[in-house]
Design a protein around this ligand. Structure first.
Ligand code: R5P
Length: 287
């Protein structure tokens, strides 16, 4: 299997190709003066199995994925596995209000038109995999995040809401510690209310684990709860660190001791590498 990396995931693609001792296909990607994207696969990939790795956020990376995928198909690749480290738009996974699109499905439908298989990491909800019309599966970065937390002497893993409890539970099993969750209500895009709840966190090290940090509102509210209840150190960890706007400042102001994210979205905090789990999944797939 050969690897192609889109601009959003070129480092991951390089690392995956190194782990698998496989070829990283060369591409030319540039912009026309008017801002439109130009790209070209500059090697012969006819009849090759291709894994195309590209996070679909922000929007320009979605266009790039579509164009790359079209180019891969036209170049005659035998199979086209699309690896989406962070699947943007996954949170609009239903019509919350009349007149809205189901964005996750709209993207999945378009990707499926040229992909033969899809792999993504920790999608917001697993049911979005059903939106793809080709085989689609997810892999979990929770074991990687948990490994990273191992030397922090975590006493409790906390889910910021009930929906994130599965991930927290998985981490607590790896870290051999307690698990709990908070009751969260989203007032609007950036306002979060956490209902006070008595937690056994006094003088304890706590890791909060979630799939996404976007505005940081959820995590900041959770950290504040924990600090009010005299937690010792509070680590926040997520698979996808979007860190929109002033998210980092919010987390720091709330009293966070460390921010840990994977590299599905590159940032100063994306210390946990996902290439090993992607490489493992691609190996399983090509057997
Ligand atoms: C929502 O259910 C997700 O799991 C995250 O909790 C949410 O996307 C985080 O967003 P924010 O950082 O804006 O609170």
């Amino acid at each position: 299997m050969d690897i192609i990396g889109g601009s959003a995931s070129s480092t991951i693609a390089h690392e995956v190709s190194q782990i698998l001792h496989t070829h990283l296909v060369k591409t030319e990607i540039k912009r026309f003066p008017d801002g439109e994207l130009y790209l070209r696969i500059t090697e012969n990939i006819k009849d090759r199995d291709i894994a195309l790795i590209q996070t679909t956020s922000p929007d320009e990376n979605i266009i790039e994925l579509f164009l790359l995928l079209d180019a891969v198909k036209r170049a005659g690749a035998k199979t086209r596995t699309v690896v989406i480290p962070y699947f943007g738009y996954a949170r609009q996974d239903k019509q919350f209000k009349e007149g809205e699109p189901i964005s996750a499905q709209a993207l999945a439908t378009l990707i499926s038109s040229n992909a033969t298989t899809v792999i993504t990491i920790d999608p917001h909800k697993e049911h979005i995999l059903d939106f793809f019309t080709v085989p689609a599966q997810s892999i979990s970065a929770v074991p990687l995040l948990s490994e990273h937390l191992k030397d922090k002497h975590i006493d409790v893993v906390l889910a910021p809401d009930k929906g994130a409890l599965d991930r927290a539970q998985k981490a607590s099993e790896i870290l051999h510690c307690d698990v709990d969750y908070l009751e969260k209500t989203r007032i609007d895009g950036s306002t979060i209310k956490i209902t006070p709840k008595s937690l056994d966190v006094k003088q304890k090290n706590v890791a909060i684990i979630d799939d996404i940090i976007s505005t940081g509102g959820t995590m900041a509210a959770a950290i504040k709860q924990l600090k009010t209840q005299h937690a010792s150190k509070v680590y926040v960890s997520c698979t996808h660190g979007l860190f929109a706007g002033t998210a980092i400042k919010k987390l720091q102001d709330a009293g966070c001791d460390e921010i840990i994210a994977t590299d599905t979205i590159a940032s100063l905090f994306s210390t946990v590498k996902t290439a090993p789990i992607i490489a493992k999944e691609l190996t399983t797939l090509s057997r």
